[in-house]
Design a protein around this ligand. Structure first.
Ligand code: GLA
Length: 433
């Protein structure tokens, strides 16, 4: 049984989909049926799953009831003890379209704010080893700051994460020219990438998780890309302290697709990230040339500053004499996680911040991860009361290899009509005392 409930106030109309188990709503008195209706879990049925026991726990849709209520006023709310979803107005785009902000909370002190402008995670609270909450992502206080100058803080990246040389590629003999926004190259989807689009957003609540489903239609020719691409991204915050992110897309013409999430983390909340201990289980990187475009080779990390196979401080080797570090102005490189592309979930990175004891793990189905050590942050941006100094945030962006459309030896990023692009990234939060 599926019921659509729409609560509207001005332009800020929200639809909550309540998908209730049919057995619960049949054969009972009216009042009982209404009670049961309120106790049903709701939201998209599909949940990310893990393939092996060493991977992050999958979230099962349990039969435990969760209350679903909605306030028709400006703040909409669905509550189950501490598990909750709240939606409010975040601001307006210059063209008048209204932007929302949804707050997701689980029962263990993890909470985040997500806006449908760029699918940006603006705030992510996790407890430290002593249980003290702290915001572990870089971001801003209001929509205007995101509109003015956002170096991809917290955003969904697409249609193609990372760089495409000269913004050019060919498919079946036909050449395409994309919008270039990084010198002569195309970066993170171009001038108006997915990080700057207004997505449709639907909050949902299950028995053990809460989340939002974001969708966006990238039209044929947008930023120079071929084909209408229908994109869906589902953020699910679980009660096992994971933020699971599913990415799906379909197209009507063959097009490159490489979606990712661009949160900048600082597990201490502020200050330098150079003392964070990082592990990346990758034996190779794709070395780059000028403009951070891959040369097409794979380079072993063994014996170099890029060897994070055992945890070490991000800052330990960052100033080493290394041609790749010079080109990247630090770490800004693609680490190879998998020899072959498949849908198994693998660890992309594990980070421990020693003082707070916070641990972040990033898991992914993607074959690689871009580790960026915040080299372009220079103190000129301030958000949430923090001045974002050089290397005060780091990114772990799971993705296919940069410039894959021009590199025949790299795993393909082409999506064809009739196929479904599907990938997953999981942030897993814990502490270590
Ligand atoms: C990615 C890129 C970096 C930089 C940041 C945003 O991580 O690889 O070079 O562009 O995004 O500033």
């Amino acid at each position: 049984m599926t019921i659509l409930m729409t609560f509207s106030k001005g332009a800020g109309c929200q639809t909550f989909r309540l998908a209730c188990r049919p057995a619960l709503a049949s054969g009972k008195s009216f009042s009982m049926a209404m009670l049961v209706l309120l106790l049903c879990g709701c939201g998209p049925a599909q949940q990310p799953t893990s393939s092996t026991s060493t991977q992050p726990a999958a979230t099962a849709t349990s039969s435990a009831p969760s209350a679903a209520t909605a306030d028709p006023q400006q703040v909409k709310q669905m509550n189950n003890a501490a598990l909750s979803v709240q939606s409010k107005v975040f601001g307006q785009l210059p063209d008048g379209r209204e932007v929302s902000l949804v707050t997701l909370k689980n029962s263990h002190g993890v909470e985040l704010d997500v806006t449908n402008y760029g699918g940006i995670i603006t705030r992510l609270i996790t407890p430290d080893a002593k249980g003290q909450p702290g915001d572990i992502v870089l971001g801003y206080d209001n929509l205007q700051q995101y509109l003015d100058n956002n170096p991809y803080f917290g955003a969904i990246i697409g249609r193609f994460g990372n760089r495409i040389a000269k913004g050019q590629f060919a498919i079946d003999g036909k050449s395409y020219q994309l919008a270039n926004n990084d010198g002569d190259n195309h970066l993170h989807g171009g001038v108006q990438g997915f990080d700057k689009k207004l997505w449709q957003m639907q909050p949902f609540q299950h028995a053990d998780s809460v989340g939002v489903e974001l969708s966006y239609l990238s039209v044929d020719g947008e930023e120079g890309y071929p084909g209408n691409l229908q994109v869906k991204v589902i953020y699910t915050l679980t009660n096992t302290n994971e933020l699971q992110m599913q990415f799906q897309a379909t197209t009507d013409q063959t097009t490159p697709v490489n979606l990712t999430q661009h949160s900048y983390f600082n597990l201490a909340g502020s200050g330098s990230i150079l003392e964070h201990q990082l592990e990346i289980p990758a034996a190779q990187i794709t070395p780059v040339g000028a403009g951070l475009i891959p040369t097409g080779e794979l380079q072993a990390v063994e014996g170099t500053a890029f060897d994070f196979r055992s945890a070490k401080a991000i800052g330990r080797d960052i100033a080493a004499e290394d041609a790749q570090l010079k080109l990247g102005l630090g770490y800004d490189h693609n680490f190879v996680l998998k020899a072959t592309v498949d849908d198994s979930l693998v660890l992309a990175g594990r980070v421990l911040e020693p003082k707070s004891g916070r641990v972040l793990e990033v898991w992914t189905e993607e074959p690689a991860v871009q580790f960026y050590s915040g080299n372009f942050l220079d103190g000129s941006l301030t958000g949430k009361g923090v001045q974002y100094a050089h290397r005060s945030g780091f990114c772990l962006e799971p993705q296919h290899y940069p410039d894959a459309p021009n590199q025949s030896t790299f795993p393909s990023t082409l999506l064809k009509p009739g196929e479904t692009y599907s990938t997953q990234i999981v942030y897993r939060f814990s502490t270590k005392s």
